[in-house]
Each structure stands twice: as C-alpha cells, then as structure tokens.
Design a protein around this ligand. Structure first.
Ligand SMILES: C[S@@+](CC[C@H](N)C(=O)[O-])C[C@H]1O[C@@H](n2cnc3c(N)ncnc32)[C@H](O)[C@@H]1O
Length: 247
C-alpha cells in the first residue's frame, strides 16, 4: 500500500466495496427513480429488433456468466463491431489490458482466423501517476490469474499471450501490422506507450479503440496529446471509449 494518501484512500475504499460488486449492483445502489438512468442503466444496448444485435446480446450474456467483464454493453458492442468491420483490413489484432479475458473473448467471437495478440502484466496496473488517480485505479488493481485466462481462451484459435509490462513485451510483434487494436490500460503512461507502438503499425482503415477516454484523465491526455497535429480525429463514443481510424 502506497504512502500517498489518495492512493491509500482508493485502495481502502476498493477493498471495502470492490468495484466489480458496485458495478454489478448499481441498479440497486443507484435506485432509478431518484437518479434516473444515468448510472443505473448506463450502457444498455438497444437492438431495435436487429438480429445481429440480438445474437450479440446473447453472446455477451454468456461471456458475462463465464468471466468478469469490465465493460458496458455498448462498449462491448463497439469492440465487436470494430473487429467485424476491419476483417478486410490487412493485419493482426492486438489487445493491451486483458484482465480476465472478457474483452478478448468478445474479439474471439468475431475475429475468424485473424491472429490475436494479448498483452497484460496479469499482475494488475503498473505504476500509477497522479493524473491516473481516479477510483478505482491504483498500482496492482486488476490482477488476474494468467493460467485461468489462458484456460478460458484455450479453444480459441490463433491467440498468443505476452505476459509483462507493455511495451517491454512487444519485441515479437514489432514487424507486424494491425487491423484493430483494443486498449484498456487505464493510465497515461501505458496508453502513451501503446499509441507510440501501434500507430505506425496500423494498416490504413485499421481501428484503435480505447476504453476510459471519458473516465480516466490519463487515457484522455495520452490520446489528446498524441493526436494533436495528426490527421485522425478522435471519436468519443457514447460510452467511455474513444476510437480512431488510421488514415
Ligand atoms: C481494466 S483492466 C482490462 C479489462 C478488460 N479489457 C475487460 O474488458 O475485462 C486493465 C488491465 O490493463 C493491464 N495493464 C495496464 N497497463 C499495462 C501495461 N503497460 N502492460 C501490460 N498490462 C497493462 C492491467 O494489468 C489490467 O489487467
């Protein structure tokens, strides 16, 4: 536990009321009639009778029953769509920030034969700076069992794991190009390192998607700084994510 008071506070608060439970029970905790649907219902996916969305909702429900997934429904759907619509873009797929494999499973459900490179410390967040200190982020948060994640994805083809701090683990993929990259690393430094590594390796039309652009100041700053002066606009999605299409 760090000596920095804000870090201690987040750690203690998260230990008493784990974020996964808070999110799971937010419907009860943030009683709808008082607080509207902003917190209680956020991120629900409307299907408008569309068969593909209905099928996705079923897949998502199954994944949620199998593992802990730290995404709103609409955020999960953005990942699904980004992978699907970049199928014809040359290159592999990568994810940095795997945690228990939930978002990776969504990618696997739609990637077909593409190679998926999965990067995580599996020991939780590395160094967290002042800019990253919003609940529930602190060093070591989101540690997951590497063996369990490998077992969970063992039947999915062309999935390769890299355990350790990115970009120290990036050497084996430095000659590759990418069609879709999903970032979910929560902090400024990790996001900056990911953008510096992947941007030049993205094929034209490839998508970089990131969680927490709206909710993690470090992620937002890393994107805003990196794309300032570059052509690609940063599209803030209706959830917490942002998305960039490489031109
Ligand atoms: C919020 S979790 C990912 C959640 C997951 N994508 C999901 O939807 O369930 C963030 C993950 O990023 C990983 N992480 C953050 N920075 C990293 C880095 N530089 N290298 C490797 N893993 C990192 C942490 O270990 C943690 O598992």
């Amino acid at each position: 536990m760090s000596l920095f008071p804000k870090k201690n506070f987040f750690w203690v608060f998260d230990s008493l009321l784990p974020s996964k439970h808070l999110l799971k029970f937010r419907k009860f905790l943030f009683f709808e009639p008082f607080l509207g649907n902003d917190i209680a219902n956020r991120g629900k996916l409307s299907h408008y009778g569309n068969a593909e969305r209905k099928a996705f909702a079923k897949t998502l429900k199954k994944i949620r029953s199998e593992t802990e997934l730290l995404l709103e429904d609409i955020e999960a759907y953005h990942i699904y769509m980004a992978v699907k619509r970049t199928q014809k873009v040359p290159g592999d797929i990568a994810e940095v920030g795997v945690y228990k494999g939930g978002s990776a499973k969504i990618i696997c459900s739609v990637k077909e034969e593409k190679h998926l490179h999965l990067f995580d410390t599996f020991e939780g967040l590395p160094k967290v700076e002042d800019i990253d200190l919003v609940w529930p982020f602190y060093e070591g948060k989101f540690a997951a069992s590497f063996d369990s994640v490998k077992a969970y994805l063992k039947n999915d083809r062309n999935v390769i794991f890299y355990k350790g701090i990115f970009p120290d683990t990036s050497e084996p993929v430095k000659e590759k190009t990418f069609s879709m990259v999903n970032l979910d690393v929560d902090t400024y430094e990790s996001t900056k390192q990911c953008l510096e590594f992947f941007y030049t390796r993205m094929s034209t039309g490839g998508i970089i998607l990131s969680h927490d652009y709206l909710t993690a100041p470090g992620v937002k700053k890393a994107f805003d700084d990196f794309f300032e002066g570059r052509t690609e606009p940063i599209l803030e999605t209706a959830g917490s994510q942002c998305l960039v299409v490489k031109v």
